[in-house]
Design a protein around this ligand. Structure first.
Ligand SMILES: [Zn+2]
Length: 278
């Protein structure tokens, strides 16, 4: 897909599952299970949809997927399915993990940052040895904090390895990777959550990370139980959806299984998605 001068591919790190209740916060199960049917353990199927953006000979990866370095217990708990893996998916579009110049994780939870490292003969290595990771300072601090609420969501050893290899660039707020490719701090899901906006001429596309992970999360009140600041997420969605519908923006979903890129359409009840062909 082309967004003006930018070549954009949705790549894949496969599938995983999370608890349906946690994915929909305060929304009662009889409502969310209509669009996201849970399995016998109450988990719903999710996809891992990083984005690869190419411009002027530079390759920018947005999110790294969950990765492939876990033990059987972890793989089973999250039903990790590597029918596709990020390295394999990059290969399909003619790239290797060494070709990535920048990685922009939406935030540092393991399903977005786990793919940043691999295990080789039992030791942790950087998956993208030549890449600089662009991360909000506040997200970095939160990921390394010892707050019990954060403990299960971040893998501090990934962050420490990349820091040791001097692959971390901390930013504060808005940051332009190159003209037309912007990283915007939103908070909401985590304190330093960020989104990526690609714009050229009249074409604009937004990777919203975990602010709108699937099409079922389009309604502003349908926020995740994982969100640390759900009021901010809901407010962000209200203003984003209005602008996206008016200006015909493309929205990429980071965890949607079926419809990974959509346009937003205004309806009499609120907003809906219109699939776009890739
Ligand atoms: Zn996520």
């Amino acid at each position: 897909m082309n967004i003006g001068r930018f070549q954009v591919n949705i790549v894949s790190d496969g599938f995983f599952k999370l608890d349906g209740g946690a994915m929909f916060g305060i929304i009662p199960k009889p409502l969310w299970e209509k669009s996201s049917a849970p399995d016998s353990l109450n988990r719903i199927q999710l996809s891992l949809n990083p984005l690869l953006i190419r411009i002027n000979g530079k390759n920018i990866l947005v999110d790294t997927g969950i990765g492939n370095k876990y033990d059987q217990r972890f793989n089973e708990m999250y039903a990790i399915d590597h029918k596709w893996s990020l390295p394999g998916s990059l290969k399909e579009i003619g790239l290797t993990t060494s070709d990535i110049h920048y990685v922009v994780p939406s935030h540092l939870h393991f399903d977005h940052m786990g793919g940043a490292t691999i295990k080789i003969a039992g030791s942790l290595e950087s998956t993208f040895p030549k890449a600089m990771f662009i991360i909000q300072e506040q997200e970095w601090e939160n990921a390394l904090s010892t707050n019990p609420r954060n403990k299960g969501s971040y893998f501090a050893e990934d962050m420490r390895l990349l820091e040791k290899k001097k692959q971390i660039k901390l930013i504060n707020g808005r940051y332009e990777v190159t003209e037309g490719l912007e990283v915007i701090k939103t908070g909401g899901h985590t304190p330093g959550h960020q989104i990526v906006r690609v714009a050229d001429g009249t074409a604009t596309a937004v990777y919203a990370g975990d602010l709108i992970p699937t099409k079922s999360h389009l309604k502003p009140a349908w926020c995740m139980g994982y969100d640390l600041f759900p009021l901010d997420v809901a407010e962000w969605k209200v203003s984003f959806l209005k602008e996206a519908a008016e200006k015909n923006w493309i929205l990429f979903f980071d965890h949607e299984v079926e419809m990974k890129a959509v346009n937003i359409v205004k309806t009499d009840k609120g907003y809906d998605v219109a699939p776009i062909s890739l």
